[in-house]
Write a protein that binds this ligand. Structure first.
Ligand SMILES: [Zn+2]
Length: 190
């Protein structure tokens, strides 16, 4: 995305870019895609991942939504939209501003938002006590990663989307205690 260098910069706020760049660095597209599409919905097709489009205004039966390897972005061949992790969050959550979407992406994965004295952030912080949420969010991120690499291959043979979702839900319940133990262990060893 091209951002004009002189866009609303002043002495009290960081450039708009910082929060967007932070989100792009911290959160791989596939992680947000997983969160939006639901467990077991992203399927491996060669080097790519594909799922039914998670954008709210695109209801489809066949998987047109594609995430490219190496964090090279996403594209939906059904609604002809694509971009980076921030674009995905902005469209999925119906947010007008990229910096707001970027902050939401960061918070959704338990990351700090670059310091920026804006009332909007303060409001978000009040709504979501981040410190208490971090372990919970990390557990969920780990669950999704575990699911993608360990359980997803087991779902490969299931072509029916509803049946696949039902199987995914059953497996998902098995991942939770495993991920919680791993996060707990990681925390106690520092
Ligand atoms: Zn779409």
């Amino acid at each position: 995305m091209i951002m004009p260098q002189d866009a609303r910069q002043n002495t009290t706020t960081a450039p708009e870019r910082s929060v967007i760049e932070a989100a792009k660095e911290a959160v791989p597209v596939i992680d947000l895609a997983d969160l939006l599409c639901g467990p077991g919905q992203m399927r491996r097709i060669g080097e790519r991942w594909a799922a039914r489009c998670p954008l709210p205004d695109h209801d489809e039966k066949t998987p047109s939504f594609t995430v490219y390897p190496g964090d090279r972005g996403w594209y939906c061949y059904g609604c002809l939209r694509g971009g980076d992790v921030v674009d995905l969050g902005r469209l999925a959550w119906g947010l007008g501003r990229a910096d707001v979407a970027a902050a939401e992406v960061l918070m959704s994965f338990g990351h700090d938002i670059p310091p920026r004295p804006r009332p909007w952030y303060a409001r978000q912080e009040r709504q979501r006590p981040m410190r208490d949420k971090v372990a919970e969010v990390r557990t969920e991120v780990l669950m999704r990663r575990l699911f993608r690499f360990v359980f997803e291959p087991m779902l490969v043979g299931i072509e029916d989307a509803d049946e696949r979702a039902a199987s995914a839900r059953r497996m998902w319940a098995e991942v939770l205690p495993l991920a919680a133990r791993l996060v707990e262990g990681r925390r106690s060893t520092g």
